[in-house]
Design a protein around this ligand. Structure first.
Ligand code: BEZ
Length: 262
């Protein structure tokens, strides 16, 4: 049975890019965002890990530790971290669990066999200091996650795990909510939570785009942003034909192209 909200998450000991981790001990009294990646040296994952490294101070301000997981081994992670730091202009400042035996992936249900038999999907588990599961998200390999949304989720509870009041949540930095608070737009605009609708629309745009074109969308992608060309296309003629607007090769597996249907 898969992990459900309110469950106590299982402990594990596993190797990571920064040494062996006993999860409960490592988490201590902090909140944890545990998030999985399909594989090392893949384009969308590279952008996601870079984005989380840049946001780490924001997570720390909220007493949240971040922990990535990819099914490859520690040696592979160490090589990949070099690429992430070089291409995303950041220092990888948190551990990546190495899970070649799928111990943690199986324990947390990160492998969805009908999506892929061996690689993890993009799972997110937000775990509170009592080791209770408070939020989960599951994205497919082709859609990079929106880390502002994950930060927003950790903002919705204070350090003791109590939900913030509605008004304190509205005081956060989202522009439409802020305008409504200042009386600049009518409060009914908030009905249906426009922030959430904007995020859901972005995810649907990504799913449909990646179904129709051979692209994936990087971390925090929005309609109109550049996309990633899927790794399976290597033939220069095919690349030219499928991506007539051209592309930038950051790494052989990380090639950015303007959104194909724009
Ligand atoms: C990626 O990170 O881009 C990716 C990983 C596995 C499958 C497809 C895409």
């Amino acid at each position: 049975m898969s992990l459900q909200l309110g469950d106590t998450v299982p402990n594990f000991t596993q190797a990571s890019s920064t040494g062996k981790i006993d999860f409960y001990e490592w988490a201590g009294d902090s909140w944890v965002v545990l998030f999985s990646h399909p594989a090392d040296f893949t384009p969308v994952c590279t952008t996601e890990l870079g984005e989380v490294a840049k946001l780490k101070p924001e997570f720390e301000r909220r007493n949240v530790k971040v922990l990535a997981l990819s099914v490859d081994d520690v040696e592979s992670h160490k090589g990949w971290i070099g690429d992430i730091e070089e291409t995303q202009s950041t220092q990888l400042n948190y551990p990546i669990l190495a899970d070649p035996d799928r111990k943690v992936s199986d324990l947390y249900g990160m492998i969805h066999p009908n999506a892929n038999n061996t690689l993890t999907v993009r799972s997110v588990f937000i775990i509170d200091p009592h080791k209770k599961l408070r939020l989960t998200l599951t994205y497919p390999a082709s859609t990079g996650r929106n880390f502002d949304e994950i930060l927003r989720a950790t903002k919705d509870v204070d350090r003791s795990g109590q939900p913030f009041t509605k008004i304190s949540r509205l005081r956060q930095v989202f522009p439409i909510e802020k305008q409504a608070l200042r009386g600049k737009i009518p409060p009914q605009t908030l009905r249906g939570c426009p922030l959430l609708s904007r995020l859901s629309l972005g995810v649907i745009d990504s799913l449909q785009l990646t179904d129709n074109y051979q692209v994936a969308t990087p971390a925090d992608w929005k309609e109109g942003n550049d996309c990633v060309i899927v790794a399976s296309i290597k033939d220069p003629q095919e690349l030219k034909q499928k991506f007539p607007k051209g592309y930038k090769e950051v790494k052989p597996y990380l090639r950015m192209t303007p959104q194909p249907n724009k």
